[in-house]
Design a protein around this ligand. Structure first.
Ligand code: NAP
Length: 304
């Protein structure tokens, strides 16, 4: 195996085949900075083939013996992986391997709910555990805690298309979803500018919106009326199970809905956009950019 071409001081983005981390890699490309992208599935590397600034390496974050090449010469890491039942084992194993390899700083891609110690949402606890592990690892750290991604609403395209409706169990709760593109820009800046060690960055979109307001913005973008229909948590669970979502995730999403109903994510966090000089993308802008995706016609449109 040949040595990686990236010089000392390389930046590694993990989970680069996924939604958030691939947006972070694209943020590096857009700013003309080199980056190394760790993918587990080589098929996911193709998306970076056009970009010589992106060095793609393969490896499994849960298996340190596969990470030698990925970590060689790396001093900063963006840590992200799938929200799956193994996330704690995967990311803590990676942190230990990174510490051993001499990585100086890790930006942990976490979630807003990690701040909520009483949350019943399983990923709140899992991200909090990983953050704590990182803080005790001896590696420098920064926690980036985004709110719900705006892309979550694109999952609802089948009923938006077929029934002109958004069926969610959120009554009149408000949420402040964030554009993943904004979060990716923040992640790049946290990795490439000084002054972020030992700090936590909460980040949401610019408005706390009711689901009726979200439906209005989707309506404006797609050019037809989309209604918000408040369903019960049980109805939502049955719909997700019928759509083939694994029971673990159905239970996690149900607990998350419970937290959202009690207002856990209704607060707007503009401070990270402000501190880093990122203009907050509104939901209306996101919806216009993704009008085709809300109708299932086009793929998600990210960095433009
Ligand atoms: N969705 C939201 O609203 C939201 C809000 C705040 C925070 N978050 C957090 O954001 C993070 C990223 O989410 P996402 O939607 O970007 O995830 P995603 O699209 O599922 O991507 C995760 C990537 O991690 C990779 N991965 C998983 N296990 C790995 C391993 N052992 N070794 C190497 N790669 C591995 C996956 O590789 P494969 O392609 O091989 O499967 C996948 O490409 C999650 O931790 C989530 O909790 C999400």
């Amino acid at each position: 195996m040949t040595a990686p071409s990236t010089p000392q001081g390389a930046i590694l983005v993990t989970g680069a085949g996924g939604l958030a981390a691939s947006a972070i890699v694209r943020a590096f490309v857009q700013s003309g900075q080199p980056v190394r992208a760790l993918v587990r599935n080589p098929a996911k590397a193709a998306r970076f083939a056009a970009f010589p600034l992106v060095e793609v390496v393969e490896g499994d974050m849960a298996r340190p013996e596969t990470l030698t090449r990925a970590l060689a010469g790396v001093d900063r890491v963006l840590l992200a992986s799938s929200p799956d039942p193994h996330i704690v084992e995967t990311q803590t194993a990676f942190i230990d391997a990174a510490a051993k390899s001499g990585v100086q700083h890790i930006v942990k891609f976490s979630g807003l709910s990690a701040a909520d110690v009483d949350s019943s949402f399983v990923f709140a606890d899992m991200h909090a555990k990983i953050e704590q592990h990182l803080e005790h690892s001896g590696v420098g750290w920064t926690h980036l805690r985004p709110s719900q991604f705006m892309t979550e609403y694109l999952r609802e395209w089948p009923t938006i298309l077929a029934q002109g409706a958004l069926f969610l169990p959120l009554q009149d709760a408000r949420l402040a979803p964030v554009d993943v593109v904004d979060v990716a820009r923040a992640a790049r800046l946290l990795l490439t500018t000084p002054g972020h060690a030992g700090k936590t960055y909460a980040m949401s979109g610019p408005e706390a919106l009711s689901m009726a307001e979200i439906a209005e913005r989707v309506s404006d973008a797609v050019g037809r009326e989309i209604r918000y229909v408040a369903v019960t948590r049980e109805q939502r669970k049955q719909a997700l199970l019928a759509a083939g979502v694994p029971p673990f995730f159905v239970d996690a999403l149900d607990a998350q809905a419970g937290e959202r109903l009690r207002g856990a994510e209704s607060v707007v966090h503009p401070e990270t956009h402000t501190a880093l000089g990122i203009r907050p993308t509104t939901f209306a802008e996101f919806a216009r950019r993704n009008a085709g995706a809300f109708l299932g016609e086009l793929a998600y449109v990210g960095l433009t």
